[in-house]
Design a protein around this ligand. Structure first.
Ligand code: SAH
Length: 340
């Protein structure tokens, strides 16, 4: 059956017209779905019983079951959701002083094969649909009773390998009649699928683009991220410059620091050279150790030295706060897994 959350408002209106219904009815349903806690058509009290029946025959409302919920000592919550076909995905809720952020997954599994990321450990299964992406937000809000204000596409999966569904999800999340979360409060992170960076520049969206850079030479980056064999650092930087020129928006470069790997002064110097003059920001992430992973975190001292070198040389860099590592909810620790 069709998942009603897969449709943006315009598409839903078209679906309603096909059913012989007025478009404003679609708007009413849209409001129920995204601004209330209702989980069934029966609860949509301003629709006739006849219309509720019609919708029940036509659409499902994807509602996740929580398979597991873990809470970190820092307040971060990690959810394992049953996506209703026997697969499970993880979603993380983080609390910041400026509100609640959610880290959503875009795929069941991931194809990218980054050597330091746990999401790669298990084979790729499939893309999530837009509705399945959005239900992560709704399910977390229903359970936690908080209103989410920021969304990062940094959970399991490569958002630009599921480009159309991610983009449609963003449009639904953005809609003022629904969740109404402004694009400025949405970040999309990519491992560097170059053609999609060019596409994204043309979308006329105010989202933040984050690029997982992590290394400064092709040899080093390819050893960490196989995607670099396909799209080199030079091609990636060219696409980033095009993005900035077209959108006039700042790019956020993610750089996960690992001991004896990419943390030296030479690395910092090459990074400055690579990013000099670009409208950007560097987000330094202490690399999180994963099961069977060969990388270990740089020391705090080295991370701060790295940051200071960047800042002293004109590149704005901050260190990402580590949240939820005690429940394996931190960057790179999410897996597509079922309950053991
Ligand atoms: N596939 C996308 C988004 C998911 S990961 C991407 O690659 O950008 C979100 C961020 O966490 C990425 O920058 C990713 O490289 C980083 N990351 C993955 N594993 C990590 C780990 N073990 N420690 C720290 N950061 C990690």
């Amino acid at each position: 059956m069709k998942n009603i959350k897969d449709y943006n408002l315009e598409e839903l209106k078209q679906e309603f017209i096909k059913l012989g219904e007025k478009p404003y009815r679609a708007e009413q349903v849209f409001k129920w779905l995204y601004t209330t806690d209702v989980t069934s058509f029966d609860e949509m009290s301003n629709l006739s019983l006849e219309l509720r029946d019609k919708l029940k025959n036509e659409f499902s409302i994807c509602i996740y079951n929580i398979l597991r919920k873990q809470e970190s000592t820092d307040g971060t919550k990690k959810y394992l959701f049953d996506v209703l076909d026997g697969n499970a995905i993880e979603t993380v809720l983080m609390s910041y002083h400026h509100g609640y952020s959610i880290c959503v997954s875009s795929q069941i599994g991931c194809k990218m094969g980054c050597k330091f990321c746990a999401s790669t450990g298990i084979p790729f299964v499939r893309n999530l649909t837009s509705g399945e992406i959005i239900e992560q937000i709704l399910a977390v809000q229903r359970d936690s009773k908080v209103k989410i204000s920021n969304i990062v596409f940094m959970g399991i999966g490569e958002p630009f390998d599921n480009y159309d569904n991610v983009l449609n999800a963003i449009r639904i999340i953005n809609n003022q009649k629904g969740l109404n979360i402004g694009a400025r409060h949405i970040s999309v992170s990519t491992s560097g699928i170059v053609p999609k960076i060019y596409d994204f520049a043309n979308e006329d969206l105010q989202c933040t683009l984050s690029i997982s850079l992590h290394a400064t030479t092709n040899e080093q980056r390819s050893s960490m991220m196989p995607v670099n064999n396909k799209y080199s650092i030079e091609e990636l930087m060219k696409a980033c410059k095009d993005y900035i020129a077209k959108t006039n928006k700042r790019i956020s470069f993610e750089y996960a620091l690992a001991k004896d790997n990419n943390e030296t002064l030479e690395d910092a110097k090459r990074l400055v050279k690579l990013l000099k003059g670009m409208l950007c920001h560097v987000n330094l992430i202490p690399i999180n150790k994963i099961e069977n992973g060969k990388y270990t975190k740089s020391t705090n001292e080295n991370i701060m030295k790295f940051r200071d070198y960047l800042n002293d040389n004109g590149i704005v860099a901050t260190i990402r706060r580590e949240l939820g590592s005690d429940i394996e909810a931190a960057c790179g620790q999410l897996r597509r897994k079922n309950l053991e």
